[in-house]
Design a protein. Structure first.
Length: 483
């Protein structure tokens, strides 16, 4: 017993010094330029949800190996010291002692159990397949989350640039109106309106910077990276605006006084060129290559969650088969060797046994439950197919409508810009009033914002459709990629 206690203590002591696998900390270098592919890779490496799904798959795979182990022999070893004392009721009260030490070893092998073990193995195999498809589904969800937030940062970047240009426009208008007022060409109310509009544009810029920082937080969160340094992200094929805002949260606490009027602008009185942001330049995208019918077929073919339901159905069928076969006995072979120190006795025995133990009433209800589990799995598949159809349909309709809106929104930007240039020119030569100029400026700025929002909505809708179809992704990970 003392030796046993010492051995346990030694195992616990050694366990304290067993190295624990360190959690991988993937970081971003300062001033790095990240593409959407880089962000997806970071998320796939860091995601706790993916790690959990990978662990669940490995557990399911080990359960299959455990089920297969029933075909391997079981080794039994035992030893003991026995002390007995016998007494007889007689006038002499005879007493006898029989103390001895014994040891034995046995080997038990399953010969046949009428397919119970096979059914259990197949059930665990299908459970492992379902866990594998659940892993793939988690990967797709992670990729979609990064894409959505990446597009959100791009949209916020474009909005900041638009609002910066709007501040410049209002600064120029203020300086020009001030010059007109001092010359007696324009009234005081125009000057006051120009001051108010300049202040409003600065407030809007501050709010857009806040929205940009919030979008950045969401992107960092989807990559599971905290305390990220300043970095930049690149445009994508379907989100290719001329915007270049540095990505940073380091100066989030900076306070800037925006109340003073701007510095004087040279030649303000004669300036008539409109300050604009060419967000449309070189922007293009390829239409979605699949029809709705093709999209639905691809979704049925690719969706890992649907494949997981199929595997679960097969597992439930094997589970029902296993329950039914528990009615049958198991045939086992056993070989044993024993030693007893009394007269140095040794023994060897071989046996074949037929064993069964069954609660007939309980087993009947277990079979009923097994049948219900099969029906539930079949119902899940049918419901999943219905949900997939409507999910693809909804995503496809949204994407196609937004795809059609993008060129219309682009035309609107150009039209409002032309209208703004005309209004600005008329105001510059004294033909137009400030209300006409302000109305044209607001429409131009709103058209740019609407265009950016439309492109963002389109990209999210397209990513959502790709997720619903489970299209193959350029960047992904597998259960075997664990570092």
């Amino acid at each position: 017993m003392k030796i046993f206690i010492k051995a346990i203590f030694l195992i616990v002591l050694l366990g304290a010094f067993i190295p624990v696998e360190a959690i991988e900390n993937v970081s971003i270098q300062k001033n790095a330029v990240l593409s959407i592919t880089d962000c997806i890779q970071l998320a796939l490496q860091n995601s706790p949800a993916i790690k959990k799904a990978r662990y669940n798959y490995n557990v399911s795979k080990n359960n299959t190996s455990i089920a297969k182990s029933d075909y391997f022999p079981t080794i039994g070893v035992g030893t003991g010291y026995y002390a007995t004392e016998n007494a007889t009721s007689s006038s002499l009260m005879r007493r006898g002692r029989n103390n001895y030490y014994s040891a034995e070893a046995s080997l038990t092998q399953l010969i046949w159990d009428f397919g119970k073990t096979n059914a259990n193995i197949r059930m665990n195999k299908f459970n492992a397949i379902a866990a594998l498809y659940s892993f793939d589904d988690t990967v797709l969800d992670t990729i979609f989350g990064v894409k959505t937030n990446y597009y959100g940062v791009l949209a916020a970047k474009a909005a900041v640039d638009i609002n910066k240009a709007n501040v410049q426009i209002n600064e120029r208008n203020y300086q020009r109106t001030k010059a007109y007022f001092e010359e007696g060409i324009k009234s005081k109310i125009d000057l006051v309106n120009a001051e108010v509009n300049l202040s409003d544009s600065k407030v809007t810029l501050v709010n857009s910077v806040k929205e940009y920082q919030n979008a950045l937080v969401k992107l960092n969160n989807s990559m599971y990276i905290a305390f990220a340094p300043e970095y930049e992200i690149t445009n994508t094929e379907t989100f290719n605006f001329n915007a270049n805002v540095p990505v940073s949260l380091e100066k989030i606490d900076d306070k800037v006084d925006i109340s003073p009027p701007p510095e004087g602008v040279s030649d303000a009185f004669l300036t008539s060129k409109v300050e604009k942001l060419d967000i449309l330049e070189d922007f293009k995208f390829d239409p979605f290559p699949y029809t709705f019918e093709e999209s639905v077929e691809l979704a049925y073919k690719n969706r890992p969650d649907l494949k997981a339901f199929d595997a679960t159905l097969e597992a439930m069928k094997q589970s029902l088969l296993y329950i039914k076969r528990e009615y049958y006995p198991s045939i086992q072979g056993r070989a044993g060797y024993g030693y007893r120190d009394t007269n140095n006795t040794q023994s060897f025995n071989v046996s074949v046994s037929l064993n069964t133990s069954l609660n007939i009433v309980g087993k009947k209800f277990e079979i009923d439950n097994g049948k219900l589990q099969v029906k539930l799995a079949e119902n899940e598949i049918e419901q999943s197919k219905q949900n997939i159809y409507f999910e693809v349909q909804n995503a496809y309709v949204n994407m196609i409508q937004l795809e059609k809106q993008i060129p219309l929104a682009a035309v609107k930007v150009k039209q409002t810009l032309e209208n703004f240039e005309l209004a600005d020119g008329r105001y510059g030569v004294g033909l137009g009033d400030y209300i006409e100029l302000q109305d044209a400026k607001v429409k131009y700025n709103s058209a740019q914002q609407e265009y950016v929002q439309t492109v963002y909505n389109y990209n999210v809708a397209r990513a959502n459709l790709e997720l619903a179809m489970a299209l193959p992704q350029a960047v992904t990970t597998t259960v075997e990629d664990e570092k």
